[in-house]
Design a protein around this ligand. Structure first.
Ligand code: G4P
Length: 530
């Protein structure tokens, strides 16, 4: 630890992301958090509600600009003297590899689940990514003001599907029209939903049996109170107590129930983030672990966003600070290109505005102007030759064949695609056996973004069409032997990515299963280090 001020800055920071399946309530929760943090004053600021239902990629002409595109990448706000760095995980059509990679730049995740739907496909995929680093997870079960599934059924599903042990922190008192609030198990408090009966919106219980006596019984109705009391006795017996160490190791997830739209429970979520989420964590580099307490600055790039300012066509590289302190005008080494650069115009984000940043600390995210030299995964230091690892590429989930309207521009097409792939917009594969170029992405919108950017930035007219590939896995030999034999036997399905790593492009999951079983000496990786 190099000084106590630095230690204080660390203790004041939490860096987290909210993840959910579309429509579970991520935007509503973000908005309520920003309201509580006084970073915005009115609801409806976050996405252009009324201008179309979904937030869309801010890039393309063919789409309307979204509400506050700049701030949706990173939002900084203060809650009870703690500086919250909330990183946005693009969700609807703009779901992409970025969404996955952002999860490598946070220290904690908030998972939002729709109480009527339970675990949905996107939630499961995103949680799988958080398991790479065992990121601690807090779970919010939302929309209790609507008819919901049995809470215990949802918890069972979380334990089974997400392989996390649930620890309920509160428990809902009915749902839908009868939703009365939650019982805060450890505090023995009942928080009342839309209460008009009492002055306070919570009631303290002297003893657990008070649940169906006195004011609580009066509020909830004695019959419901007795049945919830019985349920609670069971819950308290079945589930273990919250244990911070297990939470930090990503073994258990504390569970909160509430209603984001009803503004119910978001303050408790923020309180739990302050109390339990880790202060900025160390990151692993190629040579050693780098700790936030270290004096020398280090950071890594986890996202590049193009054309945030349409007038300037600029690209912004987002850097998570790992150690030391950023001060305006400091000289940093861009390790991959072995160059020192002076960073004088880094900025941060505050509800809608880019703000030039003078000082920033571990856990913070700063934006750097990028003129095409910065790649995802790049490390910046004060001179040390290290590279942060764990900012991987993820195997694409959808594929398209791209081809030119004017075949003479193939060289430009390749150049454009290499640059776009370095920014993480799309992955590009060259099959071993032919001259095709295959694009791989996680979200379908990425293909349109690529075509549009090729047209505007590289003056190339290209189109894409479907291709018979549904899964991809990077290929490595398990024992360090050559993989020539595998290459010869399976060349039809093999391609190289832009860093010349070999990848298997499977036409069906059955095909992949067979090939994997027949080749037990080969790793089929879902992720690849940059
Ligand atoms: P997302 O970012 O995860 O995609 O979800 P978002 O917050 O946009 O919420 C999706 C829909 O669910 C929105 O309604 C929102 O108002 C609603 N919602 C969110 N939280 C709650 C809740 O606690 N209770 C209830 N009843 N509804 C909730 P919408 O009609 O689709 O959009 P809008 O017209 O309200 O924007």
């Amino acid at each position: 630890m190099f000084n106590s001020n630095h230690e204080q800055e660390l203790s004041k920071r939490r860096t987290f992301a909210i993840i959910s399946h579309p429509d579970a309530g991520k935007t509503t929760i973000t908005e309520k958090m920003l309201l509580l943090g006084k970073a915005i004053r009115i609801s409806g600021t976050i996405k252009g509600r009324g201008n179309g239902k979904y937030a869309k990629s801010d890039w393309m002409n063919i789409e309307k600009e979204r509400g506050i595109s700049v701030t949706t990448s990173v939002m900084q706000f203060t809650y009870k003297n703690i500086l919250m760095n909330l990183l946005d995980t693009p969700g609807h059509q703009d779901f992409s590899e970025d969404t996955y990679r952002i999860l490598t730049a946070v220290d904690c995740c908030l998972v939002v689940i729709d109480a009527a739907k339970g675990i949905e496909e996107r939630t499961k995929k995103l949680i799988d990514v958080t398991r790479i680093h065992n990121t601690p997870i807090i779970t919010f079960i939302n929309k209790l003001d609507r008819d919901s599934r049995e809470p215990i059924e949802i918890l069972d599903e979380i334990e089974k599907e997400l392989k996390l042990n649930c620890i309920p922190i509160n428990w809902p008192i009915s749902c839908g029209k009868n939703f009365k609030g939650v019982y805060q198990i450890y505090d023995k408090m009942v928080y009342l939903y839309k209460n008009k009966l009492f002055k306070k919106n919570f009631l303290n219980l002297d003893s657990f049996s008070d649940f169906y006596n006195g004011l609580v019984g009066e509020y909830i109705g004695t019959d419901i109170a007795i049945s919830i009391h019985q349920e609670l006795e069971l819950i308290i017996n079945i589930y273990s107590k919250f244990n911070k160490e297990k939470f930090l190791r990503g073994i258990i997830t504390p569970i909160f129930f509430g209603s984001a739209l009803g503004d119910f429970g978001i303050d408790h979520l923020l309180d739990s983030l302050i109390k339990w989420a880790p202060t900025p964590l160390y990151r692993q580099s190629s040579k050693r672990k780098v700790y936030p307490q270290e004096k020398k600055f280090t950071g890594f790039i986890f996202k590049i966003q193009a054309n945030m300012d349409l007038k300037h066509r600029d690209r912004i590289a987002f850097m998570r600070i790992v150690s030391g302190q950023y001060t305006k005008g400091m000289k940093l080494k861009h390790v991959r290109v072995k160059k020192n650069i002076t960073i004088s115009d880094a900025f941060t984000f505050l509800a809608g505005d880019r703000i030039s940043v003078n000082k920033a600390y571990p856990g913070d995210v700063i934006g750097l102007h990028n003129h095409g030299t910065i790649k995802i995964g790049d490390t910046f230091t004060e001179g040390e030759e290290i590279k942060f690892i764990g900012i991987p590429s993820f195997a694409p989930e959808i594929f398209r064949l791209i081809y030119l309207k004017n075949p003479l521009k193939r060289k430009q097409l390749k150049k454009g695609l290499v640059q776009l792939s370095e920014e993480g917009t799309v992955q590009v594969f060259r099959p071993i056996l032919n001259n095709n170029l295959i694009l791989g992405a996680i979200g379908i919108l990425q293909f349109d973004v690529v075509i549009e950017r090729l047209r505007i930035e590289y003056n190339i007219d290209a189109i894409y069409k479907k291709v018979n590939i549904i899964l991809a896995r990077w290929i490595r030999s398990k024992n360090g032997d050559s993989i020539d034999k595998f290459k010869n036997n399976h060349s039809t399905y093999l391609a190289y990515d832009t860093s010349n790593s070999l990848i298997y492009l499977a036409p069906s999951s059955a095909n992949l299963d067979v090939v994997m079983t027949q080749n037990s000496d080969i790793f089929f990786d879902k992720i690849r280090e940059q």
